[in-house]
Design a protein. Structure first.
Length: 123
């Protein structure tokens, strides 16, 4: 168990060292979870992450329509966010720092294009 922890710590240090200086601050903890933005759906539509993780929405190269990412409902105290309308190849990232349920919609296709993110406390 101790050996495993040491290995993980070393991996963390290596990742930190490899990160560009602009990303280093605040990037030491938490994972980045990718979500693809497609023509009228997010993939996946349900995602579970941990407090401190970053969600990286990536607009797929194949899309032909414009989409956005809007935080429609969130745990109390979380500031709402919204991306600009973006197109193929773009990214929008947000670090989620409070546990709870986050509901995301695309304002252009809000009837069909939505997702739910569950943010869990670290155990
Ligand atoms: Cu959309």
């Amino acid at each position: 168990m101790i050996a495993r922890k040491t290995t993980l710590a070393l991996v963390g240090v290596a990742a930190f060292a490899a990160a560009p200086a602009t990303l280093a601050a605040g990037a030491t903890k938490g994972k980045t979870r990718k979500v693809s933005v497609n023509d009228n759906y997010y993939g996946p539509t349900k995602l579970t992450v941990h407090v401190g993780d970053t969600v990286d929405w990536h607009w797929s190269d194949e899309i032909t329509d414009v989409h956005d990412v809007k935080l429609n409902s969130a745990p109390k105290g979380v500031k709402k966010f919204a991306s600009d309308p973006l197109a193929a190849g773009d990214d929008f990232k947000r670090k989620l720092t409070k546990a709870g349920t986050y509901k995301i919609i695309c304002t252009f296709h809000e009837e069909e294009m939505k997702m739910t993110i569950t943010v869990k406390k670290k155990s």
